[in-house]
Design a protein around this ligand. Structure first.
Ligand code: PLP
Length: 404
């Protein structure tokens, strides 16, 4: 691949995409197995080199997945990428590749709820791993939590749903050589943030979100430039766990990637317009968006990100029922979990993603009854603003005194 190419060009195609039959688009190779030609007992299953066009069995490697993995590595600035069947599979496989029973893990206390559940239920409860969830908005708190047994530092920035940041460079400086520093880059994609450049050892993604971008595939990825880690991840993806991404999904993600730069620009433009509007609205108590001057870590966002992204959250000034009335009145926004697709999605953490968590704990963690998370799509911003107004009007009607 030509290293001089800009991000937007690499997102469209690598040379490998057109190698075989002249197709401008890499075909979907659905075959589960590949003809070997001759019996050669000296050639093992692990000897096939996908980069040389050698394929044996699709769990091990597949031409469509391989093309996607090459492009993901190039875009994230890493040497190797591995595509998984979900973001959760990418996180779990990465953690299982570095953590052993008896180890210690330091994790952001505002991680995506599923990642937190994975660390608690699989690593703490079943593998005898101690996990400390810390306020990683302060890098010194992370540094202080690292112990000699710490094998994994698991971060995400910005977080879901409160858009808190952690300082990747400062944390990387505090993490020793025996500890693996993993950053979940799902919220910004490699277009707006490059954690490997800032010192992370591995970047993980839910490709379900911005990288695919069309809400029609569930997938994940892990990218690294560390040879030993890459070898372990590759073994687990192909052999140990076999949780790789299927060919059809690999095709969809590779197709989505081509428009990542233009989508991200538009997501951000729209999110900034909405965040500014909500920030000035009298019915809104708080807006969480790193692009606002009022965000407590706005300066850090400017330092380590090249854009502010398309997700924001805000708190209505009211009660649970007001949030309900607001959400029910919306027409353009879909009430749905997930994020990063071209369509605007809206969700209510207290009533949806964080509903299983006891209310007291939720409130302690800032997940109030009126917190609303928005994944701002790429529709016309005026239609999105008009839809929000529909929501605010519905609250006013609910609050109005009845005449009888
Ligand atoms: C930041 C983040 N990481 C990981 C995941 C898990 O990804 P998946 O749903 O593809 O397993 C999600 C899903 O919402 C997420 O938001």
């Amino acid at each position: 691949m030509d290293d001089d190419r800009r991000f937007d060009t690499t997102a469209i195609a690598t040379n490998g995409d057109t190698a075989e039959s002249g197709d401008v688009v890499r075909p979907i190779h659905l075959s589960s197995t590949f003809e070997l030609g001759a019996l050669d007992p000296s050639v093992g299953l692990d000897d096939a080199d996908p980069a040389a066009g050698e394929f044996l069995y699709s769990r091990l490697s597949n031409p469509t997945r391989h093309a996607l993995e090459e492009r993901l590595a190039a875009l994230e600035g890493g040497d190797r990428a591995f595509a998984f069947s979900s973001g959760t599979a990418a996180v779990a496989t990465t953690a299982l590749s570095v953590v052993e029973p008896g180890d210690h893990v330091v994790a952001f206390d505002d991680l995506y709820a599923g990642t937190r559940r994975l660390l608690e239920t699989v690593f703490e409860d079943r593998l005898d791993v101690a996990v400390d969830f810390v306020d990683a908005t302060d890098a010194e708190t992370v540094a202080a939590a690292i112990e000699p047994e710490t094998s994994l530092v698991m971060m995400e920035t910005p977080t879901n749903p409160l858009l808190k940041l952690c300082d990747i460079e400062a944390i990387a400086a505090a993490v020793g050589d025996d500890t693996t520093f993993v950053v979940d880059n799902t919220f910004l994609s490699p277009y707006f943030q490059q954690p490997l450049d800032l010192g992370a050892d591995v970047v993980v993604h839910s490709t379900t979100k911005y990288i695919n971008g069309h809400s029609d595939s569930v997938g994940g990825a892990a990218i690294t430039s560390d040879d030993d880690l890459a070898a372990t991840l590759e073994f687990h993806q192909r052999v140990g766990l076999g949780d790789m991404l299927a060919p059809f999904d690999s095709f969809l993600v590779a197709r989505g990637l081509k428009t990542l730069p233009v989508r991200m620009e538009r997501h951000e433009d729209n999110a900034s317009i909405l965040a500014t509007h909500l920030d000035e609205h009298e019915a809104v108590r708080a807006v969480h968006y790193p692009g606002l001057d009022s965000h407590p870590q706005h300066e850090l966002a400017r330092k380590q990100q090249s854009g502010f992204g398309g997700v924001l959250s805000f708190e209505l000034d009211g009660e649970f029922e007001d949030a309900q009335a607001f959400l029910e009145a919306l027409d353009v926004f879909s009430l749905a979990v997930s994020l990063g697709g071209v369509e605007s999605l809206i969700e209510h953490p207290a009533g949806m993603t964080h509903e299983p968590i006891p209310r007291e704990t939720r409130l302690e963690n800032g997940i109030t009854d009126t917190l609303i998370r928005v994944s701002v799509g790429i529709e016309h911003p005026e239609d999105l603003l008009a839809d929000l107004e529909r929501g605010f009007t519905a609250i006013e009607r609910t609050d109005a005194p009845t005449t009888d």
